[in-house]
Design a protein around this ligand. Structure first.
Ligand SMILES: Cc1cc2nc3c(=O)[nH]c(=O)nc-3n(C[C@H](O)[C@H](O)[C@H](O)COP(=O)(O)OP(=O)(O)OC[C@H]3O[C@@H](n4cnc5c(N)ncnc54)[C@H](O)[C@@H]3O)c2cc1C
Length: 435
């Protein structure tokens, strides 16, 4: 079998793997990234369809935070155009989020009960600024102490589902407020004019500039270990298998696959059981093309619909994503429960019923390009916010990174995945320096 030697092998080119690779390349280490698919980026990538740059997941990367800082640190271009003000659809009314007093404005659209509004606003301010609620209650349980109106509960469900891909009955109250603080209420985000793949591609340039390599169509099929340490991996490339020897392996291919590649027996029962307790996030994405704009603003958060929680008219921010005169939208939805198997046909029908009701021109002008259901082996995220696993694994010099391995409280999704990749890369750099 052919052999190749590198200092760091990264399995998976999701945003976490690419952040780790760019950081370590910038530090001077020889990096190889292997990716099973024909394109890089995982959930942060682009598929061109009918001239439209459709996203494979990420709609809007957050601005600022660990992701943008990493780009600055390694000298990579961060081409993200800022979005406009969020609009909410509540009880049939569109509310533009004001710069101040946003929560009160949204609650006033959800209920006429002044006492309820006052109670929620005060409790919210207390939880954000003074005493965070306990880990032991869910966000829904926390809310039920102050709110009784269905639209108020629906409003918080939309905030959680549309921004953190989680239900208020899943996330702890503490986790929800930590998320809001870390992501600054998710007001600051943008769209990539060249498609989401531009971000991993920009990091790929850093890796290649430092003589690292990125191999697509090259799945790792086995992580090799000896005496409790990893020694590299077997990679399938061009129909052949080769052994890649590495001092450090960083796995970005998800918790289950990482354990399967390295062998369950090498991790210890406790670790495997802890991974099994992670709650994956599930989501539906409906990709829409239209000859007329379907929204008057660039995104609408939808409260109380059957399934749809947000609609992003991405071409309002970045017309470059579609041919001139064509509009590209993505509707996000949360399937009914994170526990039951998803009935795909039924879920999509419910999303389409929502879209017909919300968007007056949908029936006459819209074309559904594709629908993505993220669950099972390919969830929207391997873990919801607040259920962090560390990046270090029980196997020395094997790190696990991605949205299932976020160590910074309150971080989630793409920013969290980036944070996990950077944290693992920093730790690995220290070890390599002293090896
Ligand atoms: C519909 C949707 C919308 C979203 N919108 C947003 C958003 O607007 N903002 C935001 O912050 N987050 C968003 N997210 C979440 C975000 O996309 C993810 O949290 C993030 O991109 C995950 O990155 P990751 O590094 O964990 O890995 P992933 O993107 O999961 O990538 C893992 C990579 O590993 C590869 N791989 C797997 N097995 C192997 C193997 N054996 N060998 C080699 N490679 C392998 C895969 O092919 C893949 O490329 C969204 C997700 C979805 C589904």
């Amino acid at each position: 079998m052919a052999k190749k030697q590198v200092e760091v092998l990264i399995i998976g080119s999701g945003i976490a793997g690419m952040c780790a690779g760019a950081y370590l390349s910038h530090e001077g280490y020889k990096v190889l990234v292997v990716e099973a698919l024909p394109r890089i980026g995982g959930h942060c990538s682009t598929i061109e369809y009918n001239g439209i740059k459709c996203t494979t997941g990420v709609v809007g990367p957050g601005l600022g935070g660990p992701l943008e800082e990493l780009f600055q640190h390694v000298g990579a271009e961060f081409n993200v155009r800022e979005c406009g003000i969020p609009h909410y659809l509540i009880n049939g009314k569109v509310v533009e989020l004001p710069a101040k007093g946003g929560l009160r404005a949204l609650l006033s659209a959800a209920t006429d009960d002044e006492d309820e509004i006052e109670g929620v606003v005060r409790a919210f301010a207390r939880a954000m600024n003074w005493a965070p609620p306990p880990e032991t209650i869910t966000m829904k349980e926390w809310l039920l102490q102050f709110a009784k109106t269905k639209s108020v509960l629906d409003l918080f469900q939309t905030m959680a589902a549309a921004t953190a891909i989680v239900g208020i009955d899943q996330i702890s109250a503490k986790g929800f407020f930590l998320f809001l603080k870390q992501h600054r209420g998710f007001r600051d985000w943008g769209v990539c004019p060249e498609g989401s793949i531009a971000l991993p591609s920009s990091l790929a340039k850093v890796i290649e500039r430092h003589e690292g390599k990125i191999w697509t169509n090259s799945p790792a099929i086995h992580i090799l270990s000896e005496d409790g340490k990893v020694t590299g991996a077997i990679v399938r490339r061009g129909g052949k298998e080769l052994e890649v020897k590495a001092s450090v392996v960083i796995s970005n291919c998800g918790p289950g696959r990482t354990v399967a590649l390295a062998g369950k027996e090498n991790f210890g029962k406790g670790y495997v059981e802890a991974l099994g307790r992670l709650t994956p996030a599930r989501a539906i994405g409906i990709h829409i093309k239209s000859e007329v704009p379907l929204l008057d603003y660039d995104h609408l958060l939808v409260v109380g619909a059957r399934r749809v929680n947000a609609i992003f008219q991405l071409t309002s921010v970045c017309p470059e994503l579609a041919p001139p005169g064509t509009h590209y939208l993505v509707a996000g939805a949360d399937p009914v429960s994170s526990l039951n198997p998803i009935e795909a046909r039924e879920e999509i029908d419910l999303c389409l019923q929502d879209l017909r009701e919300i968007l007056p021109a949908f029936e006459s002008h819209a074309e559904v390009l594709m629908t993505g259901i993220y669950h099972g082996d390919w969830p929207a995220m391997f873990s919801i916010a607040g259920q962090a696993m560390p990046q270090r694994t029980p196997i020395v010099n094997l790190y696990a990174v991605g949205d299932g391995f976020i160590s910074e409280p309150g971080m989630t999704a793409m920013a969290g995945a980036a944070q996990s990749g950077i944290a693992a890369a920093k730790d690995a750099a220290t070890r390599l320096k002293h090896a």
